[in-house]
Design a protein around this ligand. Structure first.
Ligand SMILES: Nc1ncnc2c1ncn2[C@@H]1O[C@H](COP(=O)(O)OP(=O)(O)OP(=O)(O)O)[C@@H](O)[C@H]1O
Ligand SMILES: [Mg+2]
Length: 597
């Protein structure tokens, strides 16, 4: 007799359930995805005891007639695909015809459903995969599914469930993500009689994010379209204390997924922009042709495969880079002097003092001030979502963003040899010359490093540096990284190391001071902490040492050069350490204070 036998259907379903149903949150995911596929406008989820006692999902979607209701519980029964070709372009969240029979095989399962326009509905009860009853019943249009006593027939799996609170939290996160994918659908989540989530239908993602997370001060909008791929969303902006950490929600064609390519593109984009990029909050909605992505590669459909992964990587990276670069410069508020306090005859002007504002020594001829006469709508600043919309007719949105890549700033001079004062159509900018230059150089260095190594220059006479033993050791340990940065360092004997080549960016003195700083920093990096982090830190140190300093007199050309370079960088408002590069006094602020508007 043969050794091989066919498994009975209920056992086959339980095995499939092992992949599909891990915990109550997986049931929420499958049932809510079905409701979304059924064009529901409102979806209500109820949990009892973290979903272990009950997960109920009710929707007002298209419902099923009696025959479909029966079929829906059979394995490989689906309305979503019919032919092999359909697999290549799946537009629905479901397509396997596995979820309902799997769930029903590991619970007490009740399906109530009525097709739109039908008079009677159907109720089907299934216990651990066995159909217990099918009856005609009165029920609202749409579908309601009760999943009770999850894993009651599989005690071993039941033991793996976490506490009620942990399971509730998990399910709540799942529903929150699902709700982001379809803002036009309203969701509620009730657990133990308490409302945990209540988001009515809204017009778009911005409103949904606002419902879920509140005021989004620290996020900027992403918008990019290229090669048939459209990316929208909101991401943590660069900030002094580092970009805000938070959830990373990535959707491909409305499906929430985890994907290494995209995660990598996110890290890439932030790492050029900031040294503090750990786990920034990111909500990205990526739309692409259905046949450019294979969704049939993972048991819970949590991963996908791209036909052209590197293209997706590049577009995501650029989308984020662009958005980060558009972060607004902090705006200054002017306090006008209190005129009433000034005695008659007393001047409001401070005494003209040397060393104060350096008068426009380098002022170019008047023709040099030909500012582009562009209207306010040519600027696309970051659009905060949910925030107050700019009033119609107001000349520019409040806190108008500078889009440095579009408007050249014209330098007027230096203030205290430390800040460049510049103007453009949007107002006045005060630029910290050191921080600005550091930002420019850091970005250049990071770009080169990603491509390979920094340019190095051989020293005619090598430099000898005396250093303490631990610092020498740190330099030797990191010789390979240092070489990528353009340093060639050897042990010289005694307390000294010999520096034979330096990064081309640095002159002799700054190379020496940079190397001393690096030796100290490197001591703190253990090798395991990731070479990338160390390299990036080193690039930041080199940029810092190569940049012009505070108290450096700058020529007009040098100022123009720094501002131009700044304009060309993607991230011009914050230095790699998170300090602001420039402050803004907006035109509006100036006009308001002179009572011109
Ligand atoms: N809430 C619902 N409203 C209307 N029809 C539903 C609903 N839930 C399920 N169905 C029908 O039952 C079928 C089976 O559902 P099931 O979730 O098992 O499979 P699927 O969604 O087609 O694929 P997958 O296993 O990938 O989820 C669906 O194809 C759909 O036609
Ligand atoms: Mg399904």
């Amino acid at each position: 007799m043969g050794r091989i036998g066919r498994l009975p259907a209920d056992l086959a379903n339980q095995i499939a359930a092992g992949e599909v149903v891990e915990r109550p949150a997986s049931i929420v995911k499958e049932l809510v995805e079905n409701a979304i596929d059924a064009a529901a406008r409102r979806i209500a989820v109820t949990l009892e005891y973290g979903g272990k006692r009950l997960v109920r999902v009710e929707d007002d979607g298209i419902g099923m007639d009696a025959e479909d209701a029966r079929l829906s519980l059979e394995r490989h029964a689906t309305s979503k695909i019919r032919r092999p070709e359909d697999l290549a372009a799946i537009a629905t969240l479901g397509f396997r015809g596995e979820a309902l029979p799997s769930i029903a095989s590991v619970s007490r399962f009740t399906l109530r459903t009525r097709s739109r326009g039908e008079l009677a509905g159907t109720e089907i009860r299934v216990h651990a995969g066995t159909m217990a009853s099918v009856t005609e019943t009165g029920t609202p249009e749409g579908t309601r599914i009760d999943v009770e006593e999850l894993f009651y027939n599989l005690p071993a799996r039941r033991k793996f469930l976490k506490s009620d609170q942990a399971e509730t939290a998990h399910a709540s996160r799942t529903l929150t993500q699902l709700s982001l994918a379809v803002p036009s659908v309203g969701f509620t989540l009730t657990s133990g009689g308490r409302r945990l989530l209540d988001v009515p239908p809204v017009a778009g993602v911005a409103e949904r994010l606002y419902q879920l997370y509140g005021e989004p001060e620290d996020l900027v909008r992403v918008e990019k379209e290229a090669a048939g791929i459209r990316i929208t969303g909101y991401i943590a902006r660069l900030a002094e204390q580092g970009p805000r950490r938070g959830p990373q929600n990535i959707f491909i064609n409305g499906r929430i997924i985890k994907d290494r390519t995209i995660a990598h593109a996110i890290i890439d984009a932030y790492s050029v922009a900031s040294i503090k990029e750990r786990s920034p909050e990111v909500h990205l909605f990526i739309e692409m042709p259905l046949d450019a992505v294979d969704v049939n590669v993972h048991p819970t459909k949590a991963e996908v495969r791209f036909r052209e992964g590197s293209l997706v990587h590049e577009i995501v990276r650029r989308a984020i880079g662009d958005a980060l670069g558009r972060g607004p410069a902090p705006a200054l508020t002017l306090t006008p002097p209190d005129i009433a306090q000034v005695a008659p005859g007393q001047s409001l002007l401070p005494g003209v003092v040397g060393g104060g504002f350096v008068h426009n020594r380098w002022m170019p001829p008047a023709s040099g001030f030909g500012l582009p006469a562009s209207g306010p709508d040519s600027v696309s600043g970051p659009q905060p979502y949910g925030g107050p919309k700019p009033e119609a007719g107001s000349p520019e949105p409040a806190g108008a963003a500078v889009t440095p890549s579009m408007r050249p700033l014209v330098p007027l001079g230096q203030f205290r040899d430390t800040f460049i004062i510049a103007v453009d159509d949007e107002g006045i900018a005060i630029v910290d010359q050191h921080v600005a230059h550091e930002r420019v150089l850091f970005e250049r260095a990071m770009e080169r490093l990603t491509a390979g190594r920094l340019e190095s220059q051989r020293l005619l006479t090598p430099l000898l540096l005396e250093l303490p033993a631990d610092a020498r050791q740190a330099l030797v340990n990191h010789a390979a990284d240092l070489e990528r940065l353009g340093f060639e360092v050897e042990e010289f004997g005694g307390d000294a190391v010999r520096l034979c080549a330096t990064p081309a960016l640095l002159d002799r003195e700054s190379a020496e001071s940079a190397l001393r700083t690096l030796a100290q920093d490197l001591d703190g990096f253990d090798r395991g902490s990731g070479v990338d982090a160390a390299l990036k830190q080193m690039a930041a140190t080199i940029a810092c040492h190569a940049a012009v300093k505070a108290n450096d007199r700058l020529t007009y050309d040098k100022m123009v050069h720094i501002l131009d370079e700044l304009r060309a960088t993607a991230y011009s408002t914050i230095c790699p350490h998170g300090r602001p590069v420039m402050l803004r006094i907006t035109r509006r602020e100036v006009e308001k204070n002179f009572q011109r508007i």
